[in-house]
Ligand binder design. Structure first.
Ligand SMILES: [Zn+2]
Length: 375
């Protein structure tokens, strides 16, 4: 699928709606990829380079980063027939300058809670990791910060943090505090009415991977707290507790699942060191699975058109924010969709769906995390 880069001021004249414009946040990564490798994927790349006094050929990394800020701030727009996260869904109000009005009043995906209504953050836990950045104003800046920090000295022993058992509660709180910092609602176990874990949970701590899941082929967007309870009940028939560490609903609310101090049960035979996050909807495309569910859905789509779930922008924001919080406190190197982990079976071979996998791939570009090992 071809993409096209246009000047912001040309959009209206060319009759292109905001629903065909990729979110600048993701557009930046895509254009960067195009500059680094598959240039022909993006039309208008030459105009873009010329406008910045550059041309194809050798482009210094710093130069590239500098000109990419014009994509990030919306001066140049990436046009796609099916944007991953359309600008029309943007709820930040960040692009009002280019005529995009804050998306408000949506029943499905309400805006993040206004600052005045946010819960006060937890009392300041004692600093547990020396690398926690103090100020995070924008997601893009966070990742820029992380990328720079990593480039300077990725394996600097001075940045290693030894975590004692007593710090674990503080780390759990630090994650919650970081996740709330950008205005995302974080719901602790006690607040969604989680049942107690049944048995003795197995400790885990050296998390290095994140596994992304979807809720399954029968689950649509809904009321997150209820969805978490339903999943917990189902999982407690097999495990001691809900198998995922975190859940995120379509409104961008983050729910605490299994306490992060305990090993999850979400990737078959591969839970050690893995943090499980579930997006609380179905992210498959109709043909996935090739069974009765899939056949029924394909039949429905013949009548009603494509019913693929679009991942709400606010949910992606919340996920990125949570991943950033987790990578601030753990030495996470890897991010994978459930089915990318070795030897998965049943629904595990489908999860998190083709749409979920698109998200995983783009998140890996954004976060510079790696794909799980194949065996
Ligand atoms: Zn899964």
């Amino acid at each position: 699928m071809r993409m096209r880069l246009i000047r912001q001021q040309d959009r209206e004249r060319q009759g292109i709606g905001f629903n065909q414009i990729e979110s600048p946040f993701f557009a930046k990564s895509m254009v960067r990829q195009a500059l680094l490798s598959r240039r022909d994927e993006v039309l208008g790349l030459d105009d873009f380079l010329h406008a910045h006094g550059r041309s194809r050929g050798r482009l210094l990394y710093d130069d590239m980063q500098r000109i990419l800020t014009t994509v990030e701030n919306g001066d140049w727009l990436l046009v796609r027939s099916e944007p991953f996260s359309p600008l029309s869904e943007d709820s930040t109000g960040r692009y009002s300058r280019i005529g995009m009005r804050r998306r408000a009043g949506s029943q499905d995906y309400p805006l993040a809670v206004p600052a005045a209504q946010r819960k006060p953050s937890l009392p300041k836990a004692k600093p547990v990791a020396s690398s926690l950045p103090q100020e995070r104003s924008k997601m893009a800046q966070q990742f820029a910060f992380k990328a720079r920090a990593t480039e300077v000295n990725p394996y600097d022993p001075a940045t290693l943090t030894t975590i004692t058992v007593n710090d674990r509660a503080a780390i759990r709180e630090a994650i919650i505090r970081l996740a709330r910092k950008n205005g995302h609602e974080f719901v602790e176990r006690s607040s969604w009415g989680a049942h107690e874990a049944k048995g003795e949970m197995v400790d885990d701590w050296d998390y290095s991977m994140i596994a992304l899941h979807h809720a399954g082929r029968s689950v649509g967007c809904g009321f997150g707290a209820g969805q978490m309870l339903a999943i917990q009940s189902e999982h407690q028939a097999k495990f001691d507790d809900i198998g995922y560490h975190y859940g995120i609903d379509c409104m961008g609310k983050v729910f605490e699942g299994r306490d992060i101090r305990f090993k999850g049960s979400n990737v078959r035979n591969y839970n050690t060191g893995v943090i499980g996050i579930v997006l609380l909807e179905n992210l498959t495309t109709a043909e996935e699975g090739g069974d009765m569910v899939s056949i029924a859905r394909q039949a429905l789509e013949t009548m009603h058109g494509n019913m693929d779930q679009k991942i709400p922008a606010v949910q992606i924001d919340a996920l990125l924010n949570l991943i950033q919080a987790l990578t601030s406190v753990f030495r996470v190197t890897t991010l994978g969709g459930h089915r990318e982990f070795p030897m998965q079976a049943g629904e595990g071979k489908i999860c998190p769906g083709n749409i979920g996998m698109d998200l995983v791939r783009i998140l890996r570009i954004k976060t510079q995390l790696m794909q799980p090992p194949s065996s």
